[in-house]
Every structure is written in structure tokens, then in C-alpha cells.
Design a protein around this ligand. Sequence first.
Ligand code: UDP
Length: 210
Amino acid sequence: MRICFSWLYIAREIRVYGDPEVHPQTEEYWGKVNPIGIRSCYDEGKRCAETLFFDYYRQHNVDIKVVRIFNTYGPRMQPHDGRVVSNFIVQALKGENITIYGNGNQTRSFCYVDDLIAAMLSMMETPKGFTGPVNIGNPGEFSMLELAEQVIALTGSKSTIVFCPLPSDDPKQRQPDITLAKKELNWSPTITLEEGLTKTIAYFKNSLFE
Ligand code: UDP
């Protein structure tokens, strides 16, 4: 039996790394997670999911494939999801303030959704017994300030950047090491942040103002 639902629920599996002390993050890194914070149920939930998958693999020989999905964005994101890319684009298009949490120096690495899907399909084609985990993400690393500036430039918005309180346990930096994905999946991302943001902005323009 092949279990595919790891795709469905290990969304943004990078939470297994928590607020990492190792940069970029390799699959061997065990992470740094607060077990009792406001984000813990999310972070520890991802870790527990991996544990269960590997127990089923060891005890019942279930054919598992685990990918660790770093920040992903693209068309069909929900406008009120609260994710940074959708927030900034919606705010910019509506001319509202762009809300940066903290000083905006925290970094993330954003992968366009089409690149992510290509990697997942390659993962499902790997031979039985290749379980991962495999990091999937775009190693291009940007601060939230840089992201806000790019969104403003690409939308031509007159929005102003405002600084809001940083949520607790917000990771300071995040960047995937995708050496394993390159080797085992023969995959690396092809869509730059500028290209991906342009497509995502076009989607939100249509869906917000149609
Ligand atoms: N963030 C922000 N403004 C927003 C939404 C998020 O500055 O309107 C920051 C958030 O604090 C975090 C980063 O953007 O540092 C990425 O947030 P997101 O929720 O998209 O992903 P995650 O924190 O899960 O990586």
C-alpha cells in the first residue's frame, strides 16, 4: 500500500525545524521547538506526524514518502489566510498599510507552487524504500522588508509599510538545504521570486476586483 496523504497534511512541514540554530536547514537537523508555546501544537503536530509515518514504515512496512515543505506561495492562496505573501499582496492592491511584524529582518525562502508540485511528483516516482524526509523549497532567502518592497514595486502600490508586534516564537531565519532533493529527485526550483510574485499578484487582482 502506498500512503500519499503525507502530501495533504504535511503542509509546511518545515515547522519540524522550529526556530532553527542551523542555517541552512538540512534534513539531518532535528530542530529547535518550544513544546509549550503558542505555535507548539502546529510545530509538534508536524513532528508527531513524521514520527507516526516512520513507525508505520518500520512496523507495518507501509510505503511512505515524507517531504518537508518550506514556505510556498502562488495563485489560489486564501486572501485572509494570514500568510505573509498573501497579506502583503492584498494590502498593496487595496492600498492598505503593509503590516511587517517585528523589524522585518527575519528571513524566509519562498517557493512558487508549481515548483513544489513538480518536486512532489518526482518524490512519488522514487523507488520503494526511499522515504525521505526531503526538503522542498527555494533556497533564495529574503527578509520580510525586502519582500514588502518587492510587492510594492511590482504592484505599483502607494501603500505604506507599518511595523507591528512580532508574534512569539516567530523563527528568525529559514532557508532549505536542497542538496538531497537535487540528488534524489533531480529537482531544483526554476521560478524566481519576482516571476512568482508577478503571477500571484495577477491572480489576486482578478479575484479581488472582478
Ligand atoms: N509576517 C509579517 N506580516 C504579515 C504576516 C506575516 O511580517 O502580515 C511575517 C511573520 O511574522 C513571519 C513571516 O512573515 O516572520 C512569514 O510568516 P508566514 O505566516 O507567512 O509563514 P511562517 O512564519 O509560518 O514561516
